[in-house]
Design a protein around this ligand. Structure first.
Ligand code: AFP
Length: 331
């Protein structure tokens, strides 16, 4: 009989490999799966539930916040709070971290960072969006209030990272540091089922992904690289949801770039909520992720919860080729 392994079964089976004797970490991963199912249901029904459209407030990083963002954010916070095994969270939608400090939760040793609905400006037009998450072991002592440093950890300290893509089908992709595994949501069964075991990114791909509309503001090296891509007849693909663009890059190979621009001189994307988790996934799948200065994203120091960076991520050969173009120019 052809029966696919569910996310829960997979997590339980791998629990011993993670030396997760208490089951705390595995429980947290399972709660991420539950939160993903709830958000998935609402994203799919959004048009019917009057929760589309701009909410009319600006979030802490200056973006328009949409109703569905707020819903997804609240869901993530509540599910993780009620899990009883998460010490606190930092979300792209909140100015500061949230400490779930509770005397009963003395054993909470993990914190979660997330972007509840990446690509939310695409919601109104039924284009893929996603939830991105990362899990860190807290640095402060268990049973004490959390500190900002519990969240502002380099990406190399992530113990797990993943994303949920609400696309033509809904997929949850995650890694705990070994393989990257992908699960597709089976609506009939109501479970994520293993569909993409041990995902590997091709070493080179034919797609490049960038908001070419900002070309006049890019560094000369990036412009030269884009001309090279065009000369090579590479295909340009840009969805405007990083999670969806990176998912395509993971599956088919290629490169995604969000360089510094005039309006975002540090780059637009947030290290903690977007770049680090997706960089961990891509690296563990055999790819590469650096900033415009060729520094590994996962090794960047983080001072601020909402810090941004430029990013060049994807197939190793494509990223190396892009970097060689930046470094051949000195302006
Ligand atoms: P929103 O969540 O505000 O839609 O932003 C999405 C995003 O952070 C990332 O997912 C995209 O890759 C990037 O911004 C798109 O930005 P541009 O519209 O400037 O290309």
């Amino acid at each position: 009989m052809d029966r696919r392994i569910t996310l829960d079964e997979f997590i339980v089976e791998r629990q011993s490999n993670l030396q997760d004797v208490s089951g705390e970490f595995s429980g947290l991963l399972r709660h991420m799966g539950i939160a993903a199912k709830i958000i998935n249901r609402v994203v799919n029904k959004a048009g019917l539930m009057d929760i589309l459209g701009l909410q009319g407030v600006i979030n802490s990083t200056g973006d328009n916040v949409q109703k569905l963002d707020i819903y997804a954010n609240e869901m993530m916070i509540e599910y993780l709070r009620n899990s009883g095994i998460c010490a606190g969270v930092a979300s792209e939608e909140n100015d500061d971290f949230i400490d779930f400090f509770d005397k009963k939760l003395l054993r909470s040793s993990y914190v979660v960072v997330f972007d509840p609905l990446d690509g939310s400006s695409n919601i109104d037009v039924n284009i893929s969006v996603g939830t991105i998450f990362g899990i860190y072991k807290r640095l402060s002592e268990e049973g004490t209030p959390l500190d900002r440093s519990d969240f502002c950890q380099k990406g190399i300290e992530l113990v797990a990272a993943g994303y949920v893509l609400y696309g033509t089908s809904t997929m949850l992709v995650y890694t705990t540091g070994a393989a990257v595994n992908g699960f597709t949501y089976d609506r009939g069964v109501g479970e994520f089922c293993l569909s993409h075991p041990e995902m590997k990114i091709p070493q080179k791909g034919k797609y490049y992904s960038i908001n070419q509309g900002y070309i006049h503001t890019f560094h000369k090296g990036i412009k030269n690289y884009l001309e090279h891509c065009a000369r090579q007849n590479k295909a340009l693909r840009y969805i405007g949801s990083m999670v969806a663009d990176v998912h395509r890059t993971l599956c088919l190979g290629g490169i995604f770039l969000y360089p510094a621009t005039t309006s975002n001189p540090e780059g637009k994307l947030r290290i903690l909520y977007e770049c680090n988790p997706l960089s961990m996934i891509i690296e563990k799948a055999g790819g590469k992720s650096v900033n415009e200065s060729n520094q590994r994203i996962l090794e960047l120091e983080i001072q601020d919860l909402h810090q941004r960076c430029s990013i060049i991520i994807g197939s190793t050969q494509d990223v190396d080729e892009a970097i060689s173009y930046f470094h051949s120019v000195t302006d």
